[in-house]
Structures are given as C-alpha cells and as structure tokens.
Design a protein around this ligand. Sequence first.
Ligand SMILES: Cc1cc2nc3c(=O)[nH]c(=O)nc-3n(C[C@H](O)[C@H](O)[C@H](O)COP(=O)(O)OP(=O)(O)OC[C@H]3O[C@@H](n4cnc5c(N)ncnc54)[C@H](O)[C@@H]3O)c2cc1C
Ligand code: SF4
Length: 339
Amino acid sequence: MLRLPAFEYRSARTVAEALELLGEFGGSSVDKTPEAQVMLMAGGTDVLPNMKERIFALQRVVGLHGVASLRGVSVDPEHGARLGPNTTLHEIANAPDIRARYQALAEAASVIATPQIRAQGTLGGNLCLDTRCNYYNQSALWRKARDYCLKKGSDVCRVAPNGAGCYAVSSCDTAPALIALGATVRIASRKGERELSVADLYSDDGIRPVHLHDGEVLTDVLLPALEGDWRSTYVKYRVRGAFDFPIASVAVAALFDGDECLEARVVAQAVATHPLPLTKVETLLKGKHWTPDLIVEAAEIAYKTVHPMDNTSGTIALRRRMMRASTQRALEAVARPGA
Ligand SMILES: Cc1cc2nc3c(=O)[nH]c(=O)nc-3n(C[C@H](O)[C@H](O)[C@H](O)COP(=O)(O)OP(=O)(O)OC[C@H]3O[C@@H](n4cnc5c(N)ncnc54)[C@H](O)[C@@H]3O)c2cc1C
Ligand code: SF4
C-alpha cells in the first residue's frame, strides 16, 4: 500500500483565508516542479495520488474543500453561467441547465475517471490538472531506475532528448469543452482579481502548464449566454472506457442559422501540452452547410493537424487516426442533434 508522506495541511474557509495561508507559507502554490513545496488542494484526486508516488514533494497543502463560495452552479439564460471551481464533476455532469445549454461541458465531466472520482474531483482541480507522461506518471522506483526526466529530477526529456522542453500531455477533459464554449476564469490573489479566457489559461510548457502566478486561486468559471441555435458536444477517446484519461479527444461548439453554420469552434485534447484549437477545421466549417463530405474533409484536416508525442497510451498513429474519428463523430452529432 502506498502511504502519504508527512505534510502540513491547513484548511481554508474563505478565499481570503486561502490567500492568507498561501502568503504565510510562501513559495510557489502553482509550481509542479520538483522544488514545489506548497500546493492548493480541492478534491485531492490528483494531488494525493501524486504525493503518494512522490511525484509532488509537498511540505504544505492549503485545502479549498471547505470554501463554500467556491461551490455551486448558477445559470442565467440572459447573462450566462457561473460555476464555482469547487463544484464536483458529478454535479457539473448532472446539472440540468448545464446539460441543456452547455452540453459539451456536461458530456466532458460525465466521462472523467470513475463515479467515485467524479463525486470528489472538482472542476477547478480538473482545469489545473498537471500534464501527464509515460515517463512521469510512474512509481518513484520506476522513475529512479530510469534516472528521472526533465519534469522531475533530471535535465533531459526522455521523449524528445533533443527537444527544447517538456512535452507532457494536457489531459483535463473539461478544458477543451470550456474553450469551445467561450468560457473565462476569474482568478484572485492578495493583489486583486483578474480574468482570463480558458484558452489563455494554458501554456506550451509541460512543466508549468497553467498560467497561474504564485499565490493565485481560481474563484469562478464563467460561461457566456449562448444566444441562437448553439450546439455542442465532446467526444473522448481513451483506451478503457471505464475510467481512463483521454488520448485523442475533441470538443465542438457551433452556431447555426437553419442549415448554415455561422461560427464553429473545434478544440482537440490530449495531443499536445495544451488544448489545441483546430483553426483550419473551424475555417472550413464556418459559413457552410455541414454535408457528410464536408465533415469527412474536416476530420481529415484534424488528422493532418495533430502531431502527438509518443508519451501516453496508444501509438502516435492510433491517436492521429482516433482524432480523425473523434472529430467526425463530434461534427456528425452537432450537425444532426438528437439523431
Ligand atoms: C484513476 C484516475 C482517473 C482519472 N481520470 C481522469 C480523466 O479521465 N480525465 C481527467 O480530466 N482527469 C482524470 N483524473 C484526474 C482528476 O481526478 C480530475 O482531473 C479531477 O477533476 C481533479 O480535481 P480535484 O478537485 O480532485 O483536484 P486536486 O487534486 O485537488 O487538484 C488538482 C490541481 O488543481 C489545483 N487546484 C485545485 N483547485 C484550484 C483552485 N480553485 N485554484 C487554483 N488551483 C486549484 C491544485 O493545486 C492541483 O494542482 C483521474 C484521476 C484518477 C486518480
Ligand atoms: S515529455 Fe519529457 S520531460 Fe516531460 S514528462 Fe515526459 S519525459 Fe519528462
């Protein structure tokens, strides 16, 4: 049985208290490097397993679980939705208003991990999830036997030894759906608040995948009111349907006027260090009637656009083929809702 190392846990009751605790503890709160000593924790479904595997060597953890203001879903058809980052994935997947108006998000939340993890894991924790790699998400013994890698304890990337950084894979299912739906996040620190689009939350650095500064806490996830015939979906490909992380997935949101698509957003996931907008696919689809031939052409562009590294389950060839298949399925579902 894997045991947690000793660490100091302080539970916050308010966002202000969480910010105070981060200030008191000092050091970085968003760092996922070997030196990271302090981290926020919401549901703990990623932080705690990583501590058990000695991937995170944290001395102190600030618990957000008791911060009531970070929970809840409120949807206003005219002004959009506010989701508290502490809202569980189960609640997101089952909220009637989210299922009705922001289908891609509800679908993405519903296919994360297992029912038990969805009951504990949160939206905020999902958005801030660490990137994953076959050479990193392993036991301490396994990693030591291979002399570690750039993301944890060595100066070389085992996947791309001549590359410029870490190419670990962005694996959080809700992020591509939120990007396709045009979501933003509100972030608090002791200096004040700032807002960022979910697309801009992610970096192309597998070691520091989220653009949060030290001492910052995600406080709100905001979705715009989608007026008109917006349709969306999320299609996930994973090795085992029961609980695996994505390895080639796609989120689609599109606005229609009759048969014509006025706007299309297509975002690939788990094929790069960050969610990847497929802009060439979006350009092809905009202003068109989505015929079967057009959908096949769009899926082919998705296949040609993605170039995953060999660092997660499935071969590169399989993941590219599945990106083509996932894109085709997602576009067909959006073109013929309810079919
Ligand atoms: C067996 C297994 C299978 C899984 N499968 C999937 C999967 O298929 N898809 C998937 O996307 N995930 C998967 N996960 C990962 C994880 O369970 C989910 O991503 C979950 O949503 C994480 O939420 P949490 O609240 O538990 O995060 P935590 O573990 O509490 O935190 C995760 C990260 O988010 C940060 N964080 C949390 N809240 C905030 C906040 N408000 N502000 C700033 N930073 C914050 C933490 O500091 C930490 O870095 C799986 C995990 C396991 C153990
Ligand atoms: S991509 Fe390279 S540096 Fe990053 S986790 Fe994998 S092996 Fe390590």
